[in-house]
Design a binder for this molecule. Sequence first.
Ligand SMILES: Cc1ncc(COP(=O)(O)O)c(C=O)c1O
Length: 376
Amino acid sequence: MTKTAMPDAGLRPAPRASILSIDPYVPGKSGAPGATKVFKLSANETPLGPSPRAKQALRDYTDHLQDYPDGEARALREAIGAKHGLNPEQIVCGNGSDEILHLLAAAYIAPGDEAVFTEHGFLVYKIAILAAGGTPVVAGETNLTTDVDKILAKVGPRTKMVFLANPNNPTGTYLSSAEIGRLAQSLPRNVILVLDSAYAEYVTRADYSPGVELVETNENIVMSRTFSKIYGLAGLRLGWCYAPRDVCDAVNRIRGPFNTNGAASAAGIAALQDAAHIAKAVAHNETWLPWLAREISALGIKLTPSVGNFLLLHFLDEAQATAADGFLAQRGLILRAVSAYGLPHCLRLTVGTEEANRLVAAAIKNFTAIESRARA
Ligand SMILES: Cc1ncc(COP(=O)(O)O)c(C=O)c1O
């Protein structure tokens, strides 16, 4: 009779070493204890909410909760294709664009490989690279703006991917399509450039492009998009990418078979059909982004020029930013601390409803008045 070895009490499961080097993503706070009314201006959500059509589609979907969704999300891909003039065969959908970013990293980055992102780039890039076992490489920025030459200087024989948010979160700065084109043309053909265009719908500059034509003319460019921002469906988790066929093929091999849930698909399709709602959201942002910028900079607070639905406020130092964060939170105004982005002296403010915008401008004015009296 064989004797079963006693388990060694000292043994326990260990994740891959790179997993433990990941700082988990910490979302901005969403509550303000004690405040009677809370305005969440910390997550770049739309103050207009989703299209009423999307809400109705979601209600209607409750009759289908027992059914698995279409594993290929065909109707959604066709709706996205129709809206943007894209080939649905080159679209992959997922559980938020975060999932798409993770899938791309998992499909192309192996241990020993490197992937580049910018100094104040979106935090999920580093997490996705480390989760895949790769080595994150940070490229510096110039004036809180992506610098193509600094990215290219970090690209070497081990580079597999470059992640670039355009416009970037949390800075709000962007690169023109000419500069993005220069980056695309200068990268080695085996390096994938992921153009994260999460805020594309908000950008009204003539020299901006989310990257569609680059995807169509290169084998190594991917554009990712989300329904979480202007479409107001962050709670449902829905994102997608437009990519060369080979990239779609790779991602489709590893994604969960039903990674795009049916409720999100149904709401997403309806949201895409409500162009008037999106136009309203763009117009709202066009009014209130410059209004907030004027009001806040008139108080002597430096701002980074933003083309998104948010502003980066620069305080004198970390202590002042923390004090402002606390002061505003006590009044129910929740901003996003961005120390994790290497900007401890800054706060990010999302454009809110008219009420929220007026309240936050007035509260910042009160804060600066108190601060300047204290410093006098
Ligand atoms: C630049 C950028 N990319 C991607 C995302 C993630 O979006 P999703 O909700 O689709 O995962 C965000 C969300 O804040 C973002 O700012």
